[in-house]
Structures are given as structure tokens and as C-alpha cells.
Write a protein that binds this ligand. Structure first.
Ligand SMILES: *[C@@H]1O[C@H](CO)[C@@H](O)[C@H](O)[C@H]1NC(C)=O
Length: 185
């Protein structure tokens, strides 16, 4: 293989690679999802896990979710009073699969480790920055969750992944830095 060919292949191989953060959600306990035609279950079949993509993520395609940030929807200690979420009808990544691996603890946990395993997640939901359940967690509204752990950080790929995938990725207890690659399902 020539050096030029090698470099072109290397560029192609990394073209789909990205980094981001993972939080975890129990889809089995949720009533619905933003992507029409998908069910709110942790397992999406064939060993694939459910995930929501934050609408401020660079990987998000289509229009962001509707809605706005309104402090009157927050209870002042991290929760929401009116917890109605916005419409995310423009979400372009619905049904897309991504290969995810752990790149470390996001919270600075000192006990635990990445497993080294990769998993496949399928985007079935959105994690909207304009959802009160997200923005009310920010310190400015009385919460204590960092912006990159509640889908509020612009420029960060935010994946809210099925809780059942947690132990496959790491032995950390909480949120993770992740490596991300778009793959076919
Ligand atoms: C605000 O909401 C959170 C989350 O639901 C709850 O834990 C907390 O007790 C609420 N605080 C007040 C002051 O209502």
C-alpha cells in the first residue's frame, strides 16, 4: 500500500469518529419517545440499546426541538413544575445507529474503569435543551448538574443511553466520556 493510499484510508476510517458524553435513562419506565415509529424500550432488538441525542450535539441533524427556556417552569431546586417537553419533529438521526465505547468517567470517579467493550445504540429519542427536565437542573435555575450532563452544552455530543448498557461500558457508577462512530444497524 502506498503512503498516500494509507493516509486516505486512515482519513476515511476516522471520518465517522467523534467524541461526546453519555448519561443514562431507563426507557422501559418512559411513556413515549420523540422518534415516531419507535418504542420506549431499553432494548431495540439484536443487542442494540436505545439512546436519545441532545439537540445541541454536532451530530444532530435537522431542526432543533421547538420550545424555549423559561425559568418559571423550574421549582428552584433542580426540578420542574411544568415539565412539558417541546416537539422534536425535525430530528434527523432517528433510527441511526452508533457504536459507543467508554473513554473514562465524566464525573472524575476514582473507582471503576472502562470495560473496553463497544456497544451499538439506536437513536429513538431526543434530549432537548429546551426541555424543563433538562434546563431546570442547571445551577442558574437552582440545580446542580453540569451543562454537559443534562444536554445543555453546545458543541458536545450528548447521548442519553439505556441504563441496561451501563455495565457493558464501564464499572463506573455515573456518566461517561465516550467515543462515537456512526454504523449501520
Ligand atoms: C423540585 O423538584 C425536584 C425534582 O423533582 C424535587 O426533588 C425537589 O424536592 C423539588 N423541590 C421543591 C422545593 O419543590
Amino acid at each position: 500500500m502506498s503512503l498516500v493510499t494509507f493516509i486516505l484510508l486512515a482519513v476515511a476510517a476516522t471520518a465517522n469518529a467523534a467524541t461526546g458524553v453519555a448519561t443514562f435513562n431507563n426507557y422501559d419506565a418512559q411513556s413515549g419517545v420523540a422518534c415516531s415509529g419507535f418504542s420506549s424500550t431499553n432494548s431495540q432488538g439484536n443487542g442494540i440499546y436505545a439512546a436519545a441525542l441532545g439537540d445541541l450535539s454536532p451530530l444532530w441533524t435537522g431542526s432543533e426541538c421547538s420550545g424555549s427556556i423559561d425559568s418559571s417552569n423550574c421549582n428552584g431546586s433542580g426540578g420542574c413544575i411544568d415539565c412539558t417537553g417541546p416537539s422534536c419533529s425535525g430530528e434527523g438521526q432517528c433510527g441511526q445507529c452508533f457504536q459507543i465505547s467508554c473513554a473514562g468517567s465524566l464525573d472524575g470517579e476514582t473507582s471503576g474503569a472502562c470495560t473496553g467493550n463497544t456497544i451499538i445504540v439506536k437513536i429513538i429519542d431526543a434530549c432537548p435543551a429546551t426541555h424543563p427536565e433538562n434546563y431546570c437542573k442547571l445551577a442558574e435555575f437552582g440545580g446542580n448538574v453540569p451543562a454537559n450532563q443534562c444536554c445543555e452544552a453546545a458543541g458536545v455530543n450528548a447521548f442519553d443511553i439505556a441504563t441496561t448498557a451501563q455495565s457493558a461500558l464501564s464499572t463506573f457508577q455515573y456518566n461517561l466520556n465516550i467515543n462515537i462512530e456512526a454504523v449501520s444497524c
